[in-house]
Design a protein around this ligand. Structure first.
Ligand code: GLU
Length: 313
């Protein structure tokens, strides 16, 4: 059973207040210059339970750069397009390396470890792009997020996309390297253009928590009744989020929070309490693994206070 809404709201507000008072806020990402403009004091938290009750506090309506959280949705789209054939192009194992690591590529002949490290997400984007123009592929990704986020105002932050286009030398290296092994079908610049732009989609915690609801409820949005994916696919996406959603901080996140989750360097985390709730948190300061510092702590407190860890109390 999920908590009644007033109780849930109380827990959310308590945690948000604790987070606002903490002096340790992590470091805002600067390698994409536009992201460095984020205010480390920002904090937002939204929980949407199975009945559709929304508990929110802080900057819950402020759009932020979802960055790698977009990879959950591109994975969903790519699986919808090519099914299990996707796993010929990308693996399903935790990487144990940084989100933008290059060393593993050589050892593994260009096949990325999982769909959430940058190399894997670029390969997934390439799958979505095949047979389309970049603009069409990007439109499909954006429309999917507007659909699951139930908000047609969700859009791309062009300044963030341009900033990453200008400075994404490492992603360019990863993509070119994969191209040399034949892992990418499309021109590297096309694939990267779509990748940079879907990472630059801006969403609020409320929109993101809404978008994650199908993952919390066996592939279906319980309010609209609309099925997004089959239950088995939702379960598998959750499994990948649990094992790979936080790069080389994934083990620590599972240990402390015990929920499937996906982070982005914009400071957001989407976490799923299966059967119970979809949760979005945003705090732009990152820990050394590139995951939101206070976002992780807030989720740890939330999972503990509500008894929501998938591993039990
Ligand atoms: N667009 C970012 C990059 O490719 C995403 C990384 C992240 O959010 O973890 O570097």
């Amino acid at each position: 059973m999920t908590k009644a809404q007033p109780e849930l709201q109380l827990v959310v507000s308590e945690i948000a207040e604790e987070m606002r008072r903490r002096p340790d806020r992590g470091e805002v990402a600067t390698y994409i210059p536009e992201l460095a403009r984020a205010d480390p004091q920002s904090f937002g938290l939204v929980v949407i339970d199975a009945d559709g009750h929304v508990a929110a506090d802080g900057d819950s309506e402020t759009p932020f750069s979802i960055q790698s959280i977009s990879k959950v949705f591109t994975l969903t789209l790519a699986l919808g397009k090519v099914g299990d054939r996707l796993w010929r192009r990308v693996g399903r194992e935790p990487s144990g390396t940084a989100f933008n690591s290059i060393v593993q590529r050589e050892r593994e002949q260009g096949i990325p470890r999982n769909p959430f490290i940058n190399a894997g997400a670029i390969a997934v984007t390439d799958v979505i792009l095949s047979g389309h123009q970049p603009r069409e592929a990007l439109g499909e990704i954006l429309r999917f997020l507007q659909f699951v986020g139930q908000d047609t105002s969700i859009t791309i932050d062009e300044a963030v996309a341009a900033s990453e286009q200008r400075t994404g030398f490492r992603n360019r290296a990863l993509a070119n390297y994969m191209k040399s092994f034949g892992v990418l079908e499309n021109p590297v610049d096309f694939t990267l253009g779509v990748y940079f732009h879907h990472c630059a989609i801006a969403m609020s915690c409320r929109q993101l928590a809404t978008a994650g609801r199908f993952l919390a409820h066996l592939g279906r949005n319980p309010d609209t009744g609309l099925s997004v994916v089959q239950p088995e696919r939702a379960r598998r996406i959750n499994a990948l989020m649990l094992t790979c959603g936080h790069y080389d901080g994934s083990g620590e996140f599972a240990y402390r929070v015990g929920l499937p989750g996906k982070s982005g360097v914009g400071g957001g985390i989407l976490a799923i309490a299966p059967g119970k709730a979809s949760i979005a948190v945003w705090s732009p300061g990152l820990d050394p693994s590139g995951n939101s510092h206070l976002g992780r702590i807030a989720l740890e407190l939330l999972a503990k206070r509500l008894g929501w860890s998938i591993f039990g109390a």
